[in-house]
Design a binder for this molecule. Sequence first.
Ligand code: NAD
Length: 430
Amino acid sequence: MRITLVGTGYVGLVAAVCFAKLGHEVIAVDREPVIRGLKENKLTVWEPRLEPELADVYVKGLLRFETDLARASSDTDALMIAVGTPTRSDGHTNLGHVHEVLSHLMQAGTCPPLVIIKSTVPVGTCDELEATLLAAGLRTEVAFNPEFLRQGSAFKDFMEPDRIVFGCKTPQAESLLRQLYEGIVAPVHVCDRRSAELIKYASNAFLAMKISFANMMSDVCEGYGADIRHVMSGVGADQRIGPEFLSAGVGYGGSCFSKDLQSLLTTGKLIGSSLPILEAVAKVNDQRIPRMIAKLISLWGNPLGKRLCVLGISFKPNTNDVRDAPFLTLLAQCERHGIEVQAFDPVVRQVGATAAQVMDSPYASAAQADAVMIMTEWPQFAELDWPYLLHLMRRPYVLDGRNLLPSQIISQIVEVDGAMYMPVGRSMEC
Ligand code: NAD
């Protein structure tokens, strides 16, 4: 198939490379600076396997880059849209980027027979987009094909998904979608477009709910001297529940969970339904960073002028994405309490216009710090020379916001004079 894919961010670029690997001829479209960066091999997206996989399909001529949407979509079988759909300040989803793509198609007066929405969009959006195109004289079907990949394991998730969802109206659209995914072995779930749009939101809401549930239970564990790791591994062993997304910590972040939860809450309000479970999920998550700050204050007394070493900036390991990262919330709250932040991340080298100092090494970020907090579960943080790191600090206090460190490292930590190790949802060790 010949396919044009608009939007080369975390989802679009991986999808473009994977469709090319499946043997399709892919044209990826984005704005001029993004495409220039891609052509010069300066990627803004950091994802394991991305560079070599991209280079491979690019040199084979299976993937090319374009800025002119009309040219790129003039002779293709399908157009896939994977642009961002952030939340507006009023809680509604901002479909501005999606509408901009449609405007270009309508201006050009041409459109492939199938437009596939890959971006996460509220229920009813595909119906509206199709009606807009039709009103402009473009007879095309709009289908919905949500993406479930996780940043950090995007290639594996894309090529070996748990399921593929097609929300479409006609057998012709379903047949084109099946052709596009030929080569990927996974159960295919075909349904109407509105149900498919809700599958994506309900999935993310459910995953966020699992995380908030584990975090809520971690507070109970802390209060009663139990261990959240035992509790959740016992709970997750039940096949009806499953072990994933049950780790307690500093809360979920990233570009999807908060925004999709917010969007679903707004969708509910439009029909007079408050979706109280989702409100509680967001509320529990919002309490995580204040709880970490309270732990710091319990150790320090007065936080003013203290220095915090933060390990991990990205919202999860194996990505450079800082959108909605818990780190940003932590940073804002540290500023409010007069706490200075020195941070380190294996791939994030700067964090916009923030007051955080991003250091070149974990040891540099620990210099003269009054505590260290693990914010992201990068596995390499468990391999640091912890006694040495603590030796560089003013106070040897460790807050493990991800329960990352194994017991042999914790034993080394607590041997250091005056040291304290504070995990989440289990007893502190000192
Ligand atoms: P992103 O911000 O990383 O990428 C979006 C890209 O679209 C950018 O490169 C931007 O320049 C480009 N773009 C915007 N408007 C454009 C236009 N008019 N013409 C050409 N290019 C344009 O976003 P993302 O994280 O890849 O997410 C994309 C969509 O996929 C969102 O709806 C998101 O909710 C959904 N999603 C994301 C993930 C994830 O893990 N990031 C997972 C599943 C679904």
